[in-house]
Design a protein around this ligand. Structure first.
Ligand code: PCA
Length: 198
């Protein structure tokens, strides 16, 4: 089986994005019968959507797990739902959508099809603090989650998909001491455990 694992490049005032390092570290590993293929997405509403859909079309994954940085959160947070709204700060291309639908006429919300409760329980049992999040925001991460789930709902050969927001890494917290953080090793272990839960 094939798993597409995505992360993002740095954005806003964050000099690094730990999700980029995590997906690069896990590339080509086989976990729980899934061979991991990876892609680091741009923080750009238009380009990231096109790139994600192209990857899904070409690679035909059995599952898609997307990772994003949620600087300020203290726990690993698998997202429950993506909503059909894009609204937020400027992306890396300078575009800032205001109250726009992601898919014109699409459903208001789309639920993750990843086993998010099992992921959270297994992470907590492994002493990695986690909880389900009921909002992925309205920025790039929600956008990508919605796009993947919408594609999965249309595809004949469907796939599981969902999004996991991660806290800052220690490296980011050195730059900004107010941020709760986890070690990069724990964040990589987190992603391996989530893949085991599939
Ligand atoms: N986090 C942002 C976008 C890129 C990332 O890693 C978000 O939560 O929307």
């Amino acid at each position: 089986m094939k798993l597409l694992l995505t992360g993002f490049v740095p954005f806003l005032n964050h000099k690094i994005n730990p999700t980029e390092e995590i997906v690069k570290a896990l590339d080509s590993e086989t976990i729980n019968g899934y061979t991991i293929e990876t892609r680091v997405l741009p923080v750009d509403f238009k380009a990231s959507e096109q790139e994600l859909l192209k990857e899904i079309d070409e690679r035909k994954p059995d599952a898609v797990i997307m990772l994003g940085l949620a600087a300020g959160r203290s726990k690993i947070t698998p997202e429950r739902i993506a909503i059909n709204v894009k609204d937020g700060a400027k992306d890396n291309s300078g575009f800032a959508p205001v109250d726009q639908p992601i898919v014109e006429g699409g459903p208001d919300g789309l639920f993750s099809t990843l086993p998010i409760r099992k992921m959270v329980d297994t992470l907590n049992e492994s002493y990695l603090p986690a909880k389900i999040s009921n909002t992925a925001g309205t920025y790039l991460c929600n956008n990508m989650m919605y796009v993947a789930l919408h594609e999965a709902s249309r595809a004949n050969d469907s796939f599981k998909a969902g999004f996991i927001h991660l806290p800052a890494s220690h490296e980011l917290a050195i730059e900004n001491p107010a941020l709760p953080s986890m070690s990069l090793d724990d964040l990589k272990r987190t992603v391996r455990i989530c893949i085991e839960a599939l």
